[in-house]
Design a protein around this ligand. Structure first.
Ligand code: LUZ
Ligand code: MOS
Length: 755
């Protein structure tokens, strides 16, 4: 099933925000942002900018008719800085001009006088000062204090883990204009149309009903547009409302990179205890999340770190504590995995540390501790249809990893400067928003009198292929082909109160809602068939191949005729569907419940060759066995898996965010921030879907695919680590630092042993 977007993408005809034809009188907005990371604003001098050519107006906090507030979870983030600034790149003013170039020229003439205040960029420094976004959160299970004595082996260590720039190809942007009665229409590149609508209502001081947010598609989101698409859309709407002219804002790549938040960097301390059979009995971990200067989505990201702090393992005694530390960086935000990758990386470091000290392979420790059916997670949920061991087993057998390890050892014995490493990475990821109420989806379906169909859902297409999946769902319900169906843009007027397209749950939630709506219409039409063909109760009516079938036999009635018949009988040919995930609940006070509808499992094997003279590396093979249920669209899902794992590898290896002491992003362009390309991609990248029945909580059995594969990428780090240990036998990390850039490989290989 080919992606319906393939044609327009390849021909350059797909429409993104920047491609929308402009209305007459459109103004262009460019943001003036704080040049300092922390301080008190004494004076904002706009005089020179205001007399700059082509400048229509400059908006600041004082121009806001409603509230100067865009915080989605906690109201702690102004749209424009008022008295203080808290990070470099914090918006202070919006310059509106006849062209982008004129606006930019004026921005460079704005002067700001700021009294500097102390800057914190490291989460441990914020922790020492107890500067938290929210109170610390702790998961406990078992009786850890009394179990350390039982452990045969106890090890501790530290972690310093970097963030990640989303680097969606389409930068943030919005186009807003007024309709009749000053109603506001906004085209924007957001994962959360309702989030934008709500924030615009708050800042403009008007009702949500006066605002229409429309999203055709995104040129990538990766979480970076779950919350952080909002400010630019609000600014465009504010400009349109105040000036009664259309306003367009498209962030320059350099502005996008310095102004927006990223994946959260984390520091962590861990202590792990095992018995003589390598079973992990105890795991204690403290996470220090670098939240940046405002809450944004940091609290739920912090929660997901705790939910995934034991990854795919059963550990009976756990104490995991997480601190959301306020620093003077741009507010960090959702990024594919949403805190899960950080939690999983730390348990993997603990396992490798233990294996190194005990003198066994990390794989042995991983395998012994993999989840089994009925095991409990530290938050109380029990595994159901647990495929952790099945994936591991299938992978190790299919690729004969025992033999591969022997060949690698032989290679390493023969070669002095090139070393190979092998590492496995199991993943277990929970599917559902961790806030239970967000797990609802909606869809609107119209069957037109000629038998063609229009569908709309709350799902946002961001390259993940959700539109083709929605079309497949509707086509199946009506027995049509996808060419008979149009999917409309995601629009708050058609489908209201949407959860953001996030948490890997978009196809599940919106697909199930769509299925309900389609089935309701199909059921009404089947009733028409029964009357028209005078059928008995036991006769079975089906819609297939654009025809009506009775008891598996083709009838004379076509779908088109049936629809017209239904219309003439005054049967409703439209339906709105709503779906709420059943059986999920969570008590945040007790940190106990069943937060996830289901879990996705899988295991990846990484084989790498490290050039120990240069510190560079190449991935020979990445092989994956993934528990995806029964895929709705295998081409799309394989693409998601491959893209996810390579994105995860980038985070773990080459993507390094650097800030200077003043909190300024140094790696602020593609010349200084390197992401994976086709040359970096593994020479072999195999993904097999485990052959298991479909999952009841998913859409037509097809499990969520967006995020889980990203975390396989963590295996890249440990494959390099294993190769390094083959070069230098005494190498044992007590502090694990990521990303493992070639520079870091080289420095670690030749560092003297005294610290
Ligand atoms: N977004 C969110 C997410 O708001 N809540 C979540 O639990 C989540 N999980 C993964 C990715 N985005
Ligand atoms: Mo996300 S990290 O917006 O699913």
């Amino acid at each position: 099933m080919r992606n319906i977007e393939a044609h327009t993408h390849v021909r350059g005809e797909s429409v993104y925000v920047d491609d929308i034809p402009l209305l007459a009188g459109t103004l262009h907005g460019v943001i003036f942002a704080s040049p300092h990371a922390h301080g008190k604003i004494n004076k904002l001098d706009l005089r020179a900018a205001l007399t700059s050519p082509g400048i229509i107006r400059i908006l600041t906090a004082t121009d806001i008719p409603g509230e100067n507030q865009i915080g989605g979870i906690i109201p702690d983030e102004p749209l424009f800085a008022e008295n203080e600034v808290h990070f470099q790149g914090q918006p202070v003013a919006l310059v509106l001009a006849e062209t982008v170039e004129l606006a930019r020229a004026a921005v460079s003439k704005i002067k700001i006088d700021i009294t500097l205040l102390p800057i914190i960029t490291e989460p441990r420094d914020a922790h020492a000062k107890k500067q938290y976004i929210v109170p610390p959160r702790r998961f406990t299970c078992g009786d850890i204090e009394n179990q350390w004595d039982v452990c045969e082996h106890i090890f501790s260590g530290q972690v310093k883990l970097g963030g990640q720039e989303h680097l969606y190809i389409e930068t943030q942007g919005a186009y807003a204009y007024l309709q009749e009665n000053d109603w506001v229409k906004i085209h924007t590149s957001t994962q959360g149309p309702t989030n934008v609508q709500r924030a615009v209502a708050c800042v403009l001081g008007i009702g949500m009903h006066q605002i229409e947010v429309d999203v055709t598609r995104l040129g990538g989101g990766f979480g970076g547009k779950e919350d952080q698409a909002t400010p630019w859309a609000v600014m465009a709407a504010l400009g349109a409302k105040l000036l009664k002219r259309p306003v367009k804002i498209i962030l320059h790549r350099l502005d996008d990179m310095r102004m927006t938040g990223k994946r959260h960097p984390y520091d962590a301390d861990f202590k792990i205890g095992l018995n003589k059979d390598l079973k992990i009995l105890c795991y204690e971990v403290d996470f220090f999340q670098n939240a940046g200067a405002a809450a944004d989505l940091s609290p739920p990201v912090l929660g997901r770190t705790l939910f995934h702090s034991v990854n795919s393992y059963f550990i009976p005694h756990v104490k995991a504590t997480a601190y959301s530390c306020r620093t003077n960086l741009p507010p960090n935000t959702a990024f594919r995995g949403f805190g899960g990758p950080q939690g999983m990386y730390v348990i993997e470091t603990a396992i490798h540390r233990a294996a190194d000290e005990i003198g066994v392979s990390a794989m042995q420790v991983q395998q012994v501790n993999l989840l089994q059916e009925g095991d409990n997670f530290p938050y109380g949920q029990q595994t159901e249809n647990c495929h952790a061991r099945a994936c591991w087993q299938r992978l190790t057998e299919k690729y004969n990893l025992k033999k591969m390890q022997i060949e690698i050892d032989q290679f390493n014995a023969k070669n002095s400067l090139k070393k190979k490493g092998l590492a496995l990475m199991p993943v277990c990821f929970g599917i559902s928003f961790t806030k239970a109420h967000m797990n609802q989806g909606r869809a609107l379906v119209h069957v037109y009198t000629d038998g063609s169909v229009g569908i709309a859902t709350g799902a946002v297409e961001m390259g993940q292929g959700v539109n083709i999946k929605m079309l497949q769902v509707a086509a199946k319900c009506f027995g049509l082909s996808v060419a008979d169906i149009k999917i409309m843009s995601t629009n708050t007027t058609r489908v209201a109160n949407t959860s953001p397209s996030a948490a890997s749950a978009t196809a599940d939630l919106n697909g199930r809602a769509l299925e309900k709506a389609c089935n309701a219409i199909a059921e009404r039409l089947c009733h028409v068939v029964r009357e028209k063909l005078d059928l008995q109760e036991q006769d079975e009516v089906q819609l297939k191949q654009a025809h009506v079938w009775v008891n598996d036999e083709l009838s004379d009635l076509t779908w088109k005729e049936l629809v017209m018949e239904g219309y003439l009988k005054r049967v409703s040919l439209s339906e709105h569907g709503h779906y709420a995930t059943p059986d999920i609940h969570y008590d945040e006070n007790k940190e106990h419940g069943r937060p996830f509808a289901y879990h996705v499992y899988g295991t990846a094997a990484f084989e790498v060759t490290v050039d120990c003279l240069r510190g560079t590396y190449e991935f020979d093979a990445v092989n994956i066995v993934h528990d995806g249920g029964v895929s709705l669209n295998l081409t799309i899902d394989l693409g998601q898996a491959e893209g996810g794992v390579v994105q995860g590898m980038g985070w773990m290896t080459m993507e390094e965010l650097r800030y200077d002491d003043h909190g300024r992003l140094l790696s602020n362009a593609l010349s200084t921030y390197k992401i994976p390309d086709i040359y970096f991609a593994p020479k072999q990248l195999d993904v097999e879907f485990l052959n298991v029945p479909g999952c009841d909580y998913a859409i037509r059995g097809s499990k969520a695919i967006g995020e889980p594969p990203l975390m396989y990428g963590i295996g890249a780090y440990f494959a390099i680590y294993e190769a390094m240990r083959a070069f230098r036998k005494d190498l044992k990390f007590t502090e694990f630092v990521a990303p493992m850039t070639p520079e870091r490989v080289l420095m670690s290989l030749y560092k003297s042993n005294e610290k």
